[in-house]
Design a protein around this ligand. Structure first.
Ligand code: F6P
Length: 341
């Protein structure tokens, strides 16, 4: 078989581990040819083929980024995009596509599947918000980076008696904020799932600083928003693809807390640091499992599915089912973050 492979959307640590697994298993075990395309769906539309064989995947398991490049570009949202994609797939005699992506890229994959191309998706996003899977590639690494940052912020916050705001990624879901907040012992976690009341934040900080502490850590997801009808109001600033402009939410929250409490307040925006560098062992393992499951699914003609972690097992879920849904942080996890403040 000739199997096409792309990585799309925001990059995450662990993409090269997926590519390696698909190529090793696909070429070595099944005798397929893996045809990579550069820069996600854009590269397919442009016919930008990048040969990816055993030679190219040597020593890539621990590396960050993606050998194939990536882009935020969706064929069904661009005039002539779908036609261009289908024309390339026909010209390259592609029998099936493996698509590694987050919600946007996988949504596009389901559209390509509807057009008759067998597709297997693999979920990746540091935001961990792809519906239907317990985990997505990249999330574990991002949480490690964010937790280390919160740990480091702690010592300087305490030395200077400051309120430190740490802005982490998480557009629609606050997985990184909640988990790094719990792991790093943040005093307050603001996540999109639970719109906040700035007056309560102010009250909590004033009480804490009066009663027993001279510093506080507030972890803010970039997608956190104030509750309707409360004292502070803003809407998050988004780019062309709904991606949030890093830093804007953290700065707003910082300015408001500083003005209301009078405490010395600083903000640290982790931004793309969370998406760079070497993947954790957990992400390398998840990527290897998903890559292998995807190429095996293609081989067995179990098409139009996405690999998903369900408990201890990797399963296949219909790709059409996940489109347009967001996996939110469950209330019990939010409660842990709030209760241990
Ligand atoms: O989709 C993952 C994500 O990391 C979001 O949390 C964030 O809003 C966005 O990517 C940033 O995108 P870009 O790299 O295009 O600035």
């Amino acid at each position: 078989m000739r199997v096409g492979l792309i990585t799309g959307g925001g990059d995450v640590p662990g993409l090269n581990a997926v590519i390696r697994a698909v190529v090793k298993r696909g070429e070595g075990e099944h005798g397929h040819q893996i045809i990579g395309f550069r820069n996600g769906w854009k590269g397919v539309a442009d016919g930008d083929v990048h040969h990816i064989g055993r030679q190219e995947i040597r020593n890539v398991l621990p590396t960050g980024g993606t050998l194939l490049g990536t882009a935020r570009w969706h064929p069904h949202r661009n005039d002539g995009g779908m036609e261009a994609v289908l024309a390339t797939l026909e010209a390259e005699r592609i029998d099936a596509m493996i698509v590694v992506g987050g919600d946007g890229t996988l949504h596009a994959a389901s559209k390509v599947a509807e057009a008759g191309i067998p597709v297997v998706g693999i979920p990746k996003t540091i935001d961990n918000d792809v519906w239907g899977t317990d985990a997505s590639i990249g999330f574990d690494t991002a949480v490690s980076i964010a937790t280390e940052a919160v740990d480091r912020i702690h010592t300087t916050a305490e030395s200077h008696n400051r309120v430190m705001i740490v802005e982490v990624m998480g557009r629609h879901a606050g997985w990184i904020a909640v988990t790094s907040g719990i792991a790093g012992g943040a005093e307050i976690v603001l996540a999109p799932e639970e719109p906040f009341d700035i007056e309560k934040v102010e009250k909590f900080l004033k009480h804490r600083h009066r009663a027993h502490a001279s510093f506080s850590i507030v972890v803010v997801a970039e997608g956190a928003v104030p509750a309707e009808g409360t004292a502070m109001q803003y809407t998050t600033e988004v780019g062309k693809f709904g991606e949030i402009v890093a830093g804007t939410t953290g700065e707003r929250v910082k300015a408001e807390i500083a003005a209301r409490t009078g405490f010395d307040t600083r903000v640290t925006v982790l931004g793309h640091v969370q998406r760079g560098g070497i993947p954790t062992p957990a992400d390398r393992i998840l990527a290897s499992r998903f890559g292998m499951a995807a190429i095996d699914a293609v081989t067995e003609h179990r098409d139009d599915v996405m690999t998903a972690l369900r408990g201890e097992r990797v399963e296949l879920v219909p790709i059409a089912e996940i489109a347009g849904k967001v996996k939110h942080v469950p209330p019990d996890l939010l409660e842990v973050a709030n209760a241990l403040a």
